[in-house]
Every structure is written in structure tokens, then in C-alpha cells.
Design a protein around this ligand. Structure first.
Ligand code: NDP
Ligand code: 13P
Ligand code: ZN
Length: 348
């Protein structure tokens, strides 16, 4: 008997472009949501566009969240229950958006994603990434009913946030390679469409790298489109596998070992240089990944990430421990191998 089944949950409306933030109210009306929204945001996005968002929505309330964590999700749930929120709006970078989508899932209310930076590919995905103790979960969360990405706002955000988003997409190369390896060695379920879309998204971004420059709204356009595409790949796969492999495990470990030093996207980019080396050896894809990151002004070394050699090596040798996700790191790599890889690729 045929026994496959899947739910692919995608947004109904994706608005990308100049001044699109002023269409938020209309986009929400189109969803036939009822009640008042709780806006989940962080300090900078709230200061930059909070008022513009609030004046378009009926009796909104706002909650400011900090680092991603289950305590922050609970804080949002409590605030939403206290006001009997009809839906949640995630406004900002990856942390408020992830927090809002996880709280929406728990509350059983709709979620609208309003990114203010092109810094991560969670703007569309139905996954939440959340640390807990020594581990980091990728949890099923509420996918957005609508995404409203204003390229004028995003182009005005610090350039490093855009280069972080580019690196998060470039890391799809190694994420997909890890996923294929896990299929071959461990029989892990693989989605041809999810894998192909994630990889194609990275290829298109690299092909357009010359057009991605600071202050250009065209750059925000290209990167947001790629972030949407990468998020759709995760939705098709029903997991973050198309966009998260060993390079992400390395980044999640750095978040614990050296918190707050570098952006998520920048960390996964550097991780991707090294794990590409593990996949292909000295003459493989790692050089192309490093060149692409370099051309986009994204970090390529431990120093660029503001982490020490010891911190980097600790993250590399322990990354396999944090999640039950088979990658090219297998059951762990030795410090000698980690050092050799980091030195050969110029990361240290
Ligand atoms: N669920 C998924 O599929 C995915 C989830 N993620 C998660 O997303 C997070 C990383 O996202 P990231 O965006 O880097 O994290 P943050 O939300 O912390 O944003 C990074 C920084 O950008 C600032 N910021 C946001 N918008 C603007 C703006 N317009 N102007 C000026 N500053 C701005 C924030 O300000 P402030 O300090 O005020 O907050 C913050 O300092 C991680 O937790 C990661 O795990 C990443 C990829 C995919
Ligand atoms: O960051 C992600 C994709 O870019 C997803 O994060 P996880 O590694 O937690 O699944
Ligand atoms: Zn990521």
C-alpha cells in the first residue's frame, strides 16, 4: 500500500518590495483574521518601524523579546493570553520572528511575518530554532499566513545583516550535501524537491553576487527573494534539513561557547567553508564558498567572527553532540582533524 503523505504549509500572501510595509494592514485584512494582534519584536525594529506597523492594525499590543529561548516564547504566550490576541505579528530579525511563530503554534492563532532585515531564512519557514541547555531544537512552528518584506526598510538596515542572510543561503550547499550523505549512510528521508530548491537558491544567489552591494534596494530584493525560496524549501521538506547541516550545528555550538559575538548567518557561512572541505577534500567546493562569501563582504575567518582558535576548535569538535542529525561530522571529529581543516581553509 502507498504510505507516503505530507502537509506543505506555505504563506498565502508574500509581499516584497519598496514601501510594502504600508500594505501590511491590507494584507492582514485579506486573511480574515479576527481580534487584535500582539506584535512580537525586539528593540531596534520596534524603534524603526513599530509605530508604522501599529497604526495599520486594530488595537495592537507589543511585546519586546530578547534572546531566543523557551522563556521568551512563554512570555509571548502569556502576553497574548492576557489580551486575548487574535493573531501574532513577528517584526524584526530571526529572533522575534522565530519566537512569534512558536508562540502562535502553541496558542493556535495565525502568524504574520514582517522581517526588517534580510539576515536569516526563517522569514517564511514553518520551523523554529531554539536553544535549550546543551542542545538546540528545530521545532515545528506556525508558518506565516502572510510575509510583508519592505525592501526600503531592509536596504536601510546595517549591511552586515544582509551579508548574514546571504551566508545563511550559501550554507545550503553544505546543508544539502549533509542531507544527501545522511540519506546514503543512514537512510534518512530525503526530499528531491526540497533539496533541489535549496541548492538552486544558493546557486542563484552566488550567480547574482555582483548585484548585491550596500545601500542598493535591488540587493535587498535579491536576498529577500532567496530567503523566501530557502524557507519554502524547508516547508516542502517539512524540516530545516535543506538549509541546516553541520555548518549550522557548528554555529549553534558557537552560540553557546561564544554568545553574542557574531551573527547567525556569518557563523554558518564560515562553518560551511570548513564542512565543504570535509565533504570534498582540498580541491572541492570550499574554495568557491569562501570566494562567494568574500565577494559579499561576509566573514571567512575565526577572527572575522571574533572567536578565538580554541573556541572555534571546541565548537567544531563538539558540534555533532547537539542534535540527532547525521552530518559529515559523523560521530565527531578529532581536534587534530578540526585544526587541519580550519588551517587548510584559512579559517585560522
Ligand atoms: N526558523 C528558521 O528557519 C530559522 C531561524 N533562524 C534563527 O534566527 C536567528 C538569527 O536571526 P538574526 O536576524 O540574525 O537575529 P536577530 O533577530 O537577533 O537580529 C540581528 C540583529 O539585527 C537587529 N535588527 C533587525 N532589524 C534591524 C533593522 N532594520 N535595523 C537595525 N537593526 C536591525 C536586531 O536588533 P535588536 O538587537 O534590537 O534585536 C539584532 O541586533 C537565530 O536565532 C537563528 O537560529 C535563522 C535561520 C532560519
Ligand atoms: O537556521 C536555520 C536554517 O537556516 C534553521 O536552524 P536549525 O539548525 O535550528 O534547524
Ligand atoms: Zn540558518
Amino acid at each position: 500500500m502507498f504510505d507516503k503523505s505530507s502537509w506543505i504549509r506555505l504563506p498565502r500572501n508574500v509581499l516584497v518590495g519598496h514601501g510594502m510595509l504600508d500594505d501590511l494592514g491590507a494584507a492582514v485584512d485579506e486573511l480574515y483574521l479576527s481580534g487584535s494582534p500582539l506584535i512580537v519584536t525586539s528593540p531596534s525594529p520596534d524603534q524603526i518601524v513599530g509605530e508604522r506597523v501599529r497604526r495599520q492594525l486594530p488595537n495592537p499590543e507589543t511585546v519586546i523579546v530578547g534572546e531566543a529561548g523557551f522563556d521568551q516564547v512563554q512570555k509571548v504566550i502569556d502576553a497574548a493570553r492576557a489580551m486575548d490576541a487574535g493573531y501574532l505579528v513577528g517584526l524584526g530579525g530571526g529572533k522575534p520572528i522565530d519566537t512569534a511563530k512558536m508562540a502562535s503554534d502553541e496558542l493556535g492563532v495565525g502568524f504574520v511575518s514582517v522581517p526588517t532585515a534580510a539576515s536569516h531564512d526563517g522569514i517564511v519557514s514553518g520551523r523554529g530554532s531554539i536553544p535549550e541547555g546543551d542542545t538546540r531544537h528545530s521545532v515545528a512552528a506556525e508558518p506565516p499566513l502572510a510575509v510583508v518584506a519592505d525592501t526600503e526598510v531592509i536596504a536601510d538596515a546595517p549591511w552586515e545583516l544582509t551579508t548574514a542572510g546571504c551566508a545563511d543561503i550559501i550554507s545550503n550547499y553544505t546543508a544539502v550535501a549533509d542531507w544527501q550523505l545522511a540519506r546514503r549512510l543512514k537512510g534518512v528521508e530525503y526530499s528531491e524537491y526540497g533539496g533541489a530548491l535549496a541548492r538552486m537558491t544558493a546557486e542563484m544567489l552566488v550567480d547574482n553576487a555582483d548585484l548585491i552591494r550596500p545601500g542598493l534596494e535591488e540587493s535587498a530584493w535579491i536576498v529577500v527573494k532567496a530567503l523566501v525560496s530557502s524557507g519554502v524549501a524547508m516547508s516542502i521538506a517539512g524540516s530545516s534539513r535543506p538549509a541546516s547541516g553541520a555548518e549550522h550545528l557548528f554555529s549553534h555550538q558557537l552560540d553557546r561557547i561564544a554568545p553574542g559575538r557574531a551573527l547567525h548567518g556569518h557563523q554558518v557561512g564560515v562553518g560551511s567553508i570548513m564542512t565543504a572541505y570535509l565533504h570534498d577534500g582540498p580541491d572541492g567546493m570550499w574554495q568557491d564558498i569562501r570566494a562567494a562569501l568574500d565577494s559579499l563582504d561576509a566573514p571567512t575567518t575565526a577572527a572575522d567572527l571574533d572567536v578565538t582558535e580554541d573556541e572555534l576548535l571546541e565548537a567544531l569538535t563538539t558540534a555533532h553532540e547537539i542534535r540527532d542529525r547525521y552530518t559529515v561530522l559523523g560521530d565527531g571529529i578529532t581536534e587534530k582533524a578540526a585544526r587541519e581543516m580550519a588551517e587548510t581553509t584559512g579559517v585560522i
